[in-house]
Design a protein around this ligand. Structure first.
Ligand code: NAD
Ligand code: TYD
Length: 335
């Protein structure tokens, strides 16, 4: 099988490529990635010489490039490439529309042209919007995105749906909860807080810290995508979750205790505008239809993640320099 992975130099995409090449060494992977601030070839340095792996630096909005890649043939596209951070979408919504909406449409168009057998849109629980303390979103819940990030992902999901319904493109949408684990760019809650704590920097809690997310260990998400690649049904949507709903304060305390760091590192800062209170998914469909469930207990996943960041300081210290520091200085003044 030949698979085009977009955004494979990012956090989830790189974990996915590694899993696929380990499990199916005969498969061919083409990784199309623009290498934005979040894309990092160090994430895949262990497989860069694998003859079954090819990296193409480029932008998914470049339709000529996407056509040239798909002309060579592919059985499936797994589409991870995106601007992925809510906070950044508050400062620069335009790039979210360009990459997440227009980029997805370019890929859909080319997938149709070259009759690709399966298009998997890797989306997020955030498209369902904020929930109060009860209930979970199912695949048929309404889309009520609140941030430019989630609105751009919901828009892309609707385009994917339309290419399936109108043109018969064999497309599937997946919606996953918050991922954590190795190779996550240190701007999301868990990766930022572990790396800050390791260097005794403060951990900025937005608002009251009682916001709830469901956390999934990245390998569990990748295993779900593997099932969907091989057994998912075209036209379907699959929710994917970890079954670990936690407040941000709970996560923060756990990280501090694993690293033996004091609570005094916690700093309460201004809240994120339109901060979604809670996300929660009903994942019974993927369990019943594809037999997938998460395997990594939260305590175990966090222990592994903390250990990974503690033993890969050069990976994140290189990332947390230069452009990263300039960006934070410019945009996150309240820290
Ligand atoms: P990430 O930010 O770590 O990686 C994104 C990758 O896409 C980077 O390698 C970047 O260089 C690449 N990219 C960005 N713009 C591009 C463009 N125009 N052309 C080509 N490549 C481009 O993101 P992630 O956390 O790995 O998320 C991957 C996907 O999963 C995203 O679509 C995201 O919406 C979705 N998702 C993420 C989470 C999460 O918790 N991280 C949860 C659910 C869904
Ligand atoms: P994040 O990792 O950005 O994911 P998302 O907003 O896409 O769910 O944030 C997870 C939660 O942690 C969210 O409620 C915002 C909060 N948060 C902080 O309190 N401080 C921070 O520095 C960050 C990055 C997030």
């Amino acid at each position: 099988m030949k698979v085009l992975v977009t955004g494979g130099a990012g956090f989830i995409g790189s974990n996915f490529i590694r899993l696929i090449l380990q499990k199916y060494p005969e498969y061919h992977i083409v990784n199309l990635d623009k290498l934005t601030y979040a894309g990092n070839l160090d994430n895949l340095s262990d497989i860069e010489d694998n003859p079954h792996y090819q990296f193409v630096k480029g932008d998914i909005t470049d339709s000529d490039l996407v056509d040239r890649i798909l002309e060579e043939g592919a059985d499936a596209i797994i589409h991870f490439a995106a601007e992925s951070h809510v906070d950044r979408s508050l400062y620069d919504p335009g790039i979210f529309v360009k990459t997440n909406v227009l980029g997805t449409q370019v890929l859909l168009e080319s997938a149709l042209k070259y009759k690709i057998g399966s298009f998997i849109q890797v989306s997020t629980d955030e498209v369902y919007g904020s929930l109060s303390h009860e209930g979970s979103s199912t695949e048929s819940s309404p889309l009520l995105p609140n941030s430019p990030y989630s609105a751009s992902k919901a828009s892309a999901d609707l385009l994917v749906r339309s290419y399936h319904v109108t043109f018969g493109l064999p497309a599937i949408i997946t919606r996953c909860t918050n991922n954590y684990g190795p190779y996550q760019f240190p701007e999301k809650l868990i990766s930022l807080f572990i790396t800050n704590a390791l260097t005794n920097l403060s951990l900025p809690i937005y608002g009251d810290g009682l916001y709830v997310r469901d956390w999934i260990y990245v390998e569990d998400h990748c295993r779900a995508l593997d099932k969907i690649l091989h057994r998912g049904k075209a036209g379907e949507i699959y929710n994917i979750g970890g079954g670990n709903e936690k407040t941000n304060l709970e996560i923060t305390r756990l990280i501090l205790s694993k690293l033996n760091k004091p609570e005094s590192l916690v700093k309460h800062v201004k809240d994120r505008p339109a901060h979604d209170r809670r996300y929660s998914l009903d994942c019974s469909k993927i369990g019943a239809e594809l037999g997938w469930k998460p395997e990594t207990a939260f305590e175990e996943g966090i222990a592994r993640t903390v250990e990974w960041y503690a033993s890969h300081q050069s990976w994140w210290q290189k990332v947390k320099s230069g452009e990263y520091l300039e960006y934070y200085e410019k945009h996150y003044l309240y820290r």
